[in-house]
Design a protein around this ligand. Structure first.
Ligand SMILES: *Cc1c(COP(=O)(O)O)cnc(C)c1O
Length: 432
C-alpha cells in the first residue's frame, strides 16, 4: 500500500518528485498547484494488475472521480486501465483519454436519460455496463435503449449488502441507511422485471461498500454476500452472469505514522481466493475492481506558499495560499494530511501551529496543532502530502478563488496538464 513519502522524497534538502525539485515547479507555474507523479500512479496500478493475474479475466476500472484530469486518465488508460464513471462529464473525459468502451462502467444513483444515451452511443456497442441502482433507473435504461434502437443495453445490478465498512459515515455506502444500491428484495424484483424488458441485458453484479477501508473484513463479508447473490440471480434470470464488479475502497496511508491499511497483495489474494480458479466459481466470472484513491492518493501533493504567520502565545497560525476550496478533504471529512517543507533545514524550534487557508470559514484548516518549525516564513513552500485523490476533483470556486494548476511529473520531465484558472474563467457564463 502506498505511503505519503513513496513518490516524493528529499534529495539535497529539497523535496522532489523523482529528480524534479518541487520548488522549480512552483517557481514556474505558481502556487497553489497540484503535482502528480506518473510513477506514483502506475506503481499501485501495476501492483493490482499483477495481483489479479491469477484470474482468468479482470479489468481495473479506475474511479475517475478520485482524480479526473485527462492527462492522468490517458496515462492510466495507456497502461490498460478502464474507467468507473459517475457522470456524463466523466464519460467525456474517459473518451478524450481514449479509454475504450469495453473497459468502462457507469455507477451512481442518479443517471439522467442524456447520460445513459451518451453511454449507449460510445463505440459500436456502448459501454461495458451501467451499474443499476434502482428499479426506475432500469426502466429508464430500457426506454432510452428502445428509443435509440439499442438491442441490448448492458447492465449490472449494484447490490447493497448492508455491511458496515467501518469508515467515515460520509464515505460509507454499503449500509441499508445509505442511498446506494439495491437491497436483496429490490434486486430480486429488478431481475424479475429485467427478464421482461426487451432492450436490456443483465451481465453482472456490482458492490461498493465504502471508501478508505482499513480492514479487509468488511470487504470479505461483502464478497461472500455477492457470491451468494450471483447464484441466486443467475437462477432467477435463467442465464449465467458474465462478471462481478467488486468496487473500490481499499484505504491508503495519509499520515506518515498513521493507521495501516491492508496491503494490495492481501486485497488481491482475497479476490482471487473468492472468485479465482480454486474458488467455487472456478474463474468463470470476469472480475472488475474500481480503485480510486489506492491509485491516485499518494501520487499527488498540493504545493502551497506561506503568506503570513500569526504568532500567538499558545499556538501560531500559518496562513497559506491554498484554501479549502482547493483541497476539501480536511474540512469535509476531518481528514489529516502530512505537511512538509519543500526546503529542508530551517533552524527554528518546533511550535504548535494551525495551517490555515484564506477562505472565510474556520473549517478552512489543513492541520490543527501541527508541530511546525517557527522559522517557516512568508514565501516558504509547503507540500500537503497525499492530495492526489479527491483533491483537484473536488476543488471549487468558493470565495471566487480560481482553481489551481495541475502538473504531471514523468521520468525527469514535467508538464502542465491543466492551466491555473483565470479571472475570465471565473466569470464565464455569468450575465449582468
Ligand atoms: C468512489 C467510488 C469508488 C472509488 O473509491 P476509492 O475509495 O477512491 O477507491 C469506486 N466505486 C464507486 C461506485 C464509487 O462511488
Amino acid at each position: 500500500m502506498t505511503q505519503p513519502l513513496d513518490f516524493f522524497r528529499y534529495r539535497h534538502r529539497s523535496l522532489r518528485a523523482g529528480s524534479t525539485d518541487l520548488a522549480e515547479i512552483a517557481a514556474r507555474v505558481g502556487t497553489p498547484a497540484y503535482v502528480y507523479s506518473a510513477e506514483g500512479l502506475l506503481k499501485p496500478f501495476r501492483e493490482l494488475q499483477s495481483g489479479l493475474r491469477g484470474l482468468r479475466e479482470s479489468t481495473i476500472c479506475y474511479a475517475v472521480k478520485s482524480n479526473s484530469n485527462i492527462g492522468v486518465l490517458k496515462l492510466l488508460g495507456d497502461a490498460g486501465a478502464g474507467a468507473d464513471l459517475v457522470s456524463g462529464g466523466e464519460l467525456l473525459r474517459a473518451r478524450k483519454a481514449n479509454i475504450p468502451p469495453q473497459r468502462i462502467v457507469f455507477s451512481g444513483v442518479g443517471k439522467t436519460a442524456d447520460e445513459i444515451q451518451a453511454g449507449l452511443s460510445y463505440g459500436a456497442h456502448g459501454i461495458y455496463s451501467f451499474h443499476v441502482e434502482s428499479l426506475e433507473e432500469l426502466e429508464l435504461i430500457q426506454s432510452v435503449a428502445e428509443r435509440h434502437d439499442v438491442k441490448q443495453a448492458r447492465t449490472a445490478f449494484r447490490f447493497n449488502p448492508n455491511i458496515d465498512a467501518k469508515t467515515h459515515p460520509y464515505i460509507s455506502t454499503g449500509l441499508k441507511r445509505n442511498k446506494f444500491g439495491l437491497n436483496r428484495a429490490e434486486l430480486l424484483e429488478a431481475a424479475r422485471r429485467a427478464r421482461k424488458l426487451g432492450n436490456v441485458h443483465v451481465c453482472g453484479l456490482s458492490i461498493h461498500i465504502g471508501s478508505q477501508l482499513l480492514s479487509l473484513k468488511p470487504l470479505q463479508a461483502a464478497f461472500q454476500a455477492l457470491a451468494t447473490m450471483v447464484l441466486e440471480i443467475e437462477a432467477l434470470l435463467g442465464h449465467p452472469l458474465e462478471f462481478v464488479d467488486l468496487g473500490g475502497g481499499v484505504g491508503v496511508s495519509y499520515e506518515v505514522r498513521g493507521p495501516k491499511p491492508p496491503s494490495l497483495k492481501e486485497y488481491t489474494r482475497l479476490i482471487v481466493a473468492t472468485f479465482g480458479p480454486k474458488s467455487p466459481f472456478r474463474s468463470r466470472l470476469r472480475v472488475l475492481i474500481e480503485p480510486g484513491r489506492t491509485i491516485s492518493a499518494n501520487a499527488g501533493v498540493l504545493l502551497t506558499r506561506v503568506l503570513f504567520r500569526k504568532a500567538r502565545k499558545a499556538k501560531d497560525f500559518l496562513v497559506v495560499d491554498a484554501g479549502m476550496n482547493d483541497l476539501m478533504r480536511p474540512a469535509l471529512y476531518g481528514s489529516r494530511h502530512a505537511v512538509l517543507p519543500v526546503r529542508q533545514g530551517t533552524k527554528g524550534k518546533l511550535k504548535r501551529t494551525d495551517l490555515v487557508g484564506p477562505v472565510c470559514e474556520s473549517s478552512d484548516c489543513f492541520g490543527q496543532d501541527l508541530q511546525l518549525d517557527t522559522a517557516l516564513a512568508s514565501g516558504d513552500l509547503l507540500a500537503i502530502m497525499s492530495s492526489g485523490a479527491y483533491g483537484m476533483s473536488m476543488a471549487g470556486n468558493y470565495n471566487s478563488r480560481v482553481r489551481p494548476a495541475e502538473v504531471l511529473v514523468e521520468g525527469n520531465r514535467w508538464r502542465v496538464i491543466r492551466d491555473r484558472e483565470t479571472l475570465d474563467d471565473l466569470l464565464r457564463g455569468e450575465h449582468l
